[in-house]
Design a binder for this molecule. Sequence first.
Ligand SMILES: *Cc1c(COP(=O)(O)O)cnc(C)c1O
Length: 375
Amino acid sequence: MTRKIARFLAAEEPATPCLVVDLDVVAANYRKLRQAMPDAAIYYAVKANPAREILDLLVGLGASFDTASVNEIDMVLAAGADASRISFGNTIKKRSDIAAAYARGVRIYAFDSRAELEKIAQAAPGSRVFCRILTSGAGAEWPLSRKFGCAPEMARELLRDAGGLGVVPWGISFHVGSQQRDPYQWDAAVGEAARLFQALEEDGIELGMLNIGGGFPARYRKDIPTLCRYGACIRRSIARHFGNRMPDVLVEPGRQMVGNAGIIQTEVVLIAKKSANDNRRWVFLDIGKFGGLAETEGEAIQYPIKSPRRGRAERVILAGPTCDSADVLYEKADYRLPLDLSIGDRLQIRSTGAYTSTYASVAFNGFEPLRCYCI
Ligand SMILES: *Cc1c(COP(=O)(O)O)cnc(C)c1O
């Protein structure tokens, strides 16, 4: 936790649960990525945390934006970004939303199917389009599976047909899976993209852009390689597969940009055992899966959790406050909290700046959505 966040929590004593984001950390994360990938255009994946202050900051730093809906596009425009810095990167868009984005000046669109390409061609004529290809998702703690992307042969066919439909075939994208802990996982997809560039050149089409997606990790309980390692690995892959015909490179960081910048302050609502000889305590917090911690699903993302107490720490099961039995955060994972932990204690859930405030339900069981303070 940064000193700025500690001071804010001590001075303001905000009601819990709440998320506090330190904008200085976001700015530092942006600069780190800039350094790791000096030649790449940075398209912040807005869904990770669309707080106005974060968008303002990134607009000021010169970032571009990867968006998934007209609402996200409007948030980015309201923060002062030019429409030329927005990519509509969702591969699943309503025709009416594509038209609305086009009317706002957005001219970059993603697709991974023929029907989507045709929608874009009709509703956003003349735009630049890129095709997302499948990746394995191996090595990622929050894989994106087969929902997105198409086989390379299909990408070739669709990009070959794009021009005839009235849009500009611009490039290839992929996403190696979120919280990707292996920097080498980009290599196969970069190689696949380079082969597609080559194949399309044989078809008379010159692509210009390689979008290497997001996937850069935040630090949770386990160590992660440095961002420089990722940058070096990926740049080496691109140089090796593309040789001296370097494409324009785009990156779409979400988690890396904001994950470690935020902490959630939560209150212990109840500590209980299920029987007299039960040796594990159940610790119920005022935030759970429906309050913003959706990525604890399958215990995939394991946030560090800190208590101010100093007693001996023993295994606990952590759960949220709602009346849904799915609202258990960690049962299998080894979480330990001090034996002197008490009801009413405040805990800090660290590295929660990404994929929390947007995942909070509106009012399941009457609980308010997660409040986010950017300082
Ligand atoms: C969610 C998403 C990202 C961001 O992914 P991270 O793993 O958070 O970096 C980037 N690009 C696309 C298309 C996405 O859907």
